[in-house]
Design a protein around this ligand. Structure first.
Ligand SMILES: Cc1cc2nc3c(=O)[nH]c(=O)nc-3n(C[C@H](O)[C@H](O)[C@H](O)COP(=O)(O)OP(=O)(O)OC[C@H]3O[C@@H](n4cnc5c(N)ncnc54)[C@H](O)[C@@H]3O)c2cc1C
Length: 287
């Protein structure tokens, strides 16, 4: 049986799961917490309700319908994607790796970038959002990762293969991460990032600083563009580019909902989830 992974249990992911499960496909939905919709107290602009309905109720009803059709829901954060030699997509959590025939990114709108002075100005000039893409440029040199969760550690472990020292900068956020091998944890609040010659200076609130070759941003959980980037899909700003059938251009990888930009509404997420599922079904029947 073909296996599809849907990353995200919002309206886009759940909508796609209904079509896929009804086509006899093994569907797993993994999500790292609430859908944006669960924050909405009252929805009055979605089809089919005579009275306002809460976002939570829409999600719960959506999930229970999908479960009835055999869709499996799991909690977890996907931190990396990779295509193996047999063209399967490997999906990684911090502790596990699984293979799928197709993956749908339904991860919602991209998290905000950390609000750190100098960050925007250094993007592409030593500040990167993708270890796999840019580690090469800092081979043999110290680097830093901004973040405090599993995604930050995942990026740090990758960078530690080619950098003598990786410092995870939590920017004073709570963390359960601990130092290991050549990975350090620094919990100081960051005041500013600057470029000095070939180095990036990370200046802390207490006036101290460290010097690194590159800074990798991995704050919060891995977002759609972080994951799309790993497989080489096109991104534009904070959104994943797709064709009208929600195909990213990377075989087996699709995206739907807020992560593709445009109208950030339930009706559009539900439509795109359905469109992606129809395209995935066609792809799996051909391959
Ligand atoms: C307060 C508020 C009110 C709103 N009111 C309305 C309204 O009245 N009408 C309307 O149409 N729309 C409304 N919206 C917008 C609507 O909620 C979104 O358009 C819709 O939820 C988008 O669906 P989605 O499936 O694309 O993403 P989301 O619903 O955001 O779901 C994304 C999912 O991806 C998961 N995820 C992200 N990254 C990862 C990862 N790396 N690993 C695993 N899981 C991951 C998240 O945990 C989440 O489950 C509102 C939104 C908010 C915040």
């Amino acid at each position: 049986m073909k296996r599809v992974l849907i990353i995200g249990s919002g309206p886009a992911g759940i909508s796609a799961s209904l079509y896929l499960a009804r086509a006899d496909i093994d569907v797993t939905v993994i999500s790292a917490g609430e859908s944006a919709l669960e924050k909405a107290g009252k929805i009055e602009n979605y089809f089919g309700f005579s009275e306002a309905v809460s976002g939570k109720e829409l999600i719960e009803n959506g999930k229970s319908g999908a479960k009835r059709l055999g869709v499996k829901f799991r909690e977890g954060e996907i931190v990396d994607l990779n295509i193996d030699a047999n063209n399967k997509i490997e999906a990684y959590t911090s502790s596990n790796k699984e293979e799928f025939d197709c993956v749908l990114l339904a991860t919602g709108s991209q998290r905000k970038k950390p609000d750190i002075k100098g960050l925007k100005e250094l993007e592409g000039k030593g500040v990167s959002y993708c270890a796999v893409c840019d580690a090469f440029f800092h081979n043999g040199k110290p680097v830093a990762v901004i973040g405090s969760g599993s995604y930050a550690m995942h990026e740090a472990v990758y960078l530690a293969q080619t950098s003598p020292k990786v410092t995870i900068l939590t920017n004073h956020e709570n963390t359960e991460l601990s130092a290991c091998d050549n990975i350090d944890i620094c919990d100081k609040k960051i005041a500013e990032l600057t470029n000095v010659g070939n180095l990036r200076h990370v200046i802390f609130d207490d006036g101290s600083h460290i010097e690194v070759s590159g800074i990798f941003v991995a704050a919060g959980i891995a977002g759609s563009t972080d994951l799309a980037n790993k497989l080489g899909a096109f991104i534009e700003g904070n959104t994943v580019k797709t064709d009208k059938n929600m195909f990213t251009g990377i075989p087996g990888l699709y995206a739907a909902g807020d992560c593709t930009g445009g109208l950030l509404q339930v009706s559009k997420a539900v439509y795109e989830g359905a469109a992606a599922a129809m395209e995935i079904i066609k792809y799996l029947r051909k391959n």
